[in-house]
Design a protein around this ligand. Structure first.
Ligand code: SIN
Ligand code: FE2
Length: 210
């Protein structure tokens, strides 16, 4: 058994980590796809429901449905960009191929959320909970600076396992892990030169409708 496999046994059932799934050349292609996408659908700063507290990441989306949040309407999926009103850019084919490769879910994801973590950005503990397809896996791609990803259990505040995610890594949350709290507690800012303006890009693929 490799060290990696042993480590995964401490993680919730259904959690999988594919270190360096994407080669450096493929990572550069994905970053170019993000740059092209955000020309049409610029990054915007999301706000938490009710309080209106801004999140520390900025975000955009690919696909027919994009995840958005604001003070008044909260977390939801929308077919268009909140500022431009235009449909989100198309899902890159390479990400559909990734989904087919690492999941056996029959339908393709409608949403690829693009999170950009800059210096000091974090993501608080949450469960992805806005999808009708609640049992479809969630697939996420790390690009640029490494991050400390933490995953716990189905209840907030329990013990967590940490894993440092590097550029090109892929994580799958299927099975029980799909309904576990997770967070990004730290970005190792400046360790990678992949993202032109610095930081980390996370791509999260989700199936939304059943
Ligand atoms: C998230 O769960 O929303 C983001 C995960 C990540 O950035 O790796
Ligand atoms: Fe999440």
């Amino acid at each position: 058994m490799s060290d990696e496999t042993y480590l995964m046994s401490d993680f919730p059932q259904g959690f999988a980590h594919y270190p360096l799934y994407f080669s450096p050349a493929e990572q550069a292609e994905l970053i170019q796809a993000v740059r092209d996408g955000v020309q049409a659908a610029p990054f915007f700063r999301p706000s938490m429901p009710r309080t209106g507290t801004p999140m520390s990441v900025v975000l955009s989306n690919f696909g027919t449905l994009g995840w958005v949040t604001d003070k008044d309407k909260g977390y939801r999926y929308e077919p268009t960009h909140p500022k431009t009103g235009a449909p989100w850019p198309a899902m890159p084919k390479r990400l559909e191929a990734l989904w087919r490769d690492v999941t056996d879910y029959p339908d393709l994801p409608e949403c690829c959320l693009i999170n950009w973590y800059r210096e000091g950005s974090k993501m608080g503990a949450h469960i992805d909970n806005d999808e009708n397809a609640a049992s479809a896996p969630v697939v996420s791609v790390s690009l640029g600076d490494p991050a400390l990803f933490r995953i716990g259990g189905p209840k907030r505040g329990g013990p967590t396992q940490g894993i440092k995610l590097y550029s090109g890594d892929v994580v799958v949350m299927a099975g029980a892990s799909r309904h576990c709290y997770h967070s990004v507690s730290k970005i190792f800012y400046g360790e990678s030169a992949l993202v032109p303006k610095g930081g980390r890009i996370n791509l999260t693929l989700r199936r939304v409708m059943t």
